[in-house]
Design a protein around this ligand. Structure first.
Ligand code: SF4
Length: 409
């Protein structure tokens, strides 16, 4: 996840004082354990078009029991995992969700909740607020018509929006999660307006797990062009907010080329701050699947992150998470933990590899079968990444694919 606002606040500070601020202690401390996104339940009251968990409104056999979840939490705590994001399916459909959240809070985890929001009425909002969730993320795919189409339920938008309002009114930190596609790009700007109007704390721009047609069209690909235009807008918006001292957060996920793209955006406008920002982005380090981000699914299987549901590393019923996570006999985990990663093609030659870390390996793996091939979802041109302008002509063409949505909730 790229925390755009954090870097642009630092830029605003640098513009005001003439000095780039030192990283906070939290930023400079080495990360303890990974952030764990935990899909506690697969059942969902919705059947969204882009659901990576392919959830439906029925129970799924074999899910971890409450006691099993508690045992895993003990191991996660001992392994210095700082953050649990409780997700699904729809996590609020799990009857013991509040028992789990309560224990997690008492153990000292930062606890987030990823929900579609449609079940949150005033009573449930009271309960969520009383529980002390540190953050609640609610997905909105667009305004009313678009969202209801994506979610395949009329009235879903109104209920999700009502949930945001109910939680905000109770002082809960809330975020709006938006995954842009060709079908909802027209609602991006109105959603930014809605965020401000509703005083939502965070806007999470999630990329669709899209892979383009290969290098020869990379600069002209319509999806890549609209991605770049959206990011320009998002960076501009986050910069205005940082300059005006607004307490709004803008983050992106699922495409780590956003880091180099932010660097280019800043370098074009504030050239003297490009180098300090480059250092900060290198410290961030780009894609962290298998390192600082982990996923446990509803059956207890561990994955390098939520994009790797087709690849299991082991099950917490058989081995503690802490052992599975550090076991580099698995070749994928060995490569993900390697720095630099053993990436190939244009990623291996890219001037931004230390920032981006080769981006999203699952796109390469699903398209080519090779998890270390160049990321076909990179929207930066060959010139931008430091390759000769005509390098693309030598590259083979590939088929266009659209992979499933990859975020949570
Ligand atoms: S070429 Fe690869 S390493 Fe470079 S920015 Fe693109 S995805 Fe990241």
């Amino acid at each position: 996840m790229l925390r755009i606002s954090q870097y642009l606040r630092e830029l605003a500070h640098a513009e005001q004082t003439g000095q780039w601020p030192a990283p906070s202690r939290r930023d400079s401390a080495s990360a303890p354990g990974p952030v764990v996104i935990w899909n506690l339940i697969r059942r969902c009251n919705l059947t969204c078009k882009h659901c990576y968990a392919l959830s439906a409104d029925h129970d799924y056999a074999g899910e971890l029991s409450r006691d099993e979840v508690f045992a895993v939490m003990d191991d996660l705590k001992a392994f210095h995992v700082p953050v649990l994001i409780l997700s699904g399916g729809e996590p609020l459909m799990r009857p013991d969700l509040f028992d789990i959240a309560d224990r997690a809070k008492r153990m000292g985890f930062y606890v987030g909740l990823s929900s579609n929001g449609t079940l949150i009425d005033p009573a449930l909002a009271d309960r969520i607020a009383a529980q002390g969730f540190d953050y609640v993320g609610i997905s909105l795919d667009g305004l009313r018509e678009t969202h209801d189409q994506f979610r395949r339920q009329s009235g879903a938008f109104e209920r999700s929006l009502a949930a945001l309002r109910l939680l905000r009114a109770r002082g809960v930190k809330v975020g709006l999660r938006y995954t842009m596609t060709a079908l909802n790009a027209h609602d991006f700007e109105p959603l930014l307006d809605l965020m401000r109007q509703e005083q939502v704390d965070k806007f999470y721009f999630s990329h669709l797990n899209y892979a383009g047609r290969g290098n020869i069209h990379r600069g002209k690909d319509a999806q890549f062009q609209s991605t770049r235009a959206a990011l320009d807008r998002l960076y501009e918006r986050a910069w205005q907010a940082a300059r005006d001292g607004r307490d709004e957060e803008y983050v992106t996920g699922n495409n780590d080329a956003d880091g180099p793209y932010l660097l280019q955006w800043v370098a074009a406008r504030f050239a003297r701050w490009a180098e300090p920002l480059r250092a900060r982005l290198q410290a961030w380090g780009g894609n962290s699947s298998g390192v600082n981000v982990a996923n446990i699914d509803n059956l207890g299987e561990v994955h390098p992150d939520t994009m790797w549901w087709h690849y299991g590393l082991g099950n917490v019923r058989a081995r503690p998470f802490s052992q599975i996570w550090m076991d580099t006999r698995d070749p994928l985990m060995a490569g993900l933990k390697q720095r630099p990663r053993p990436v190939e093609g244009r990623c291996a030659q890219c001037q931004y590899l230390a920032i981006c870390n080769g981006n999203t390996r699952t796109r390469a793996q699903q398209l080519t079968g090779n998890p270390w091939a160049e990321d076909p979802g990179c929207y930066l041109s060959d010139e931008e990444i430091g390759l000769p302008a005509d390098a693309a002509k030598a590259a083979p063409r590939r088929a266009t694919i659209l992979l499933k949505e990859v975020g949570h909730a």
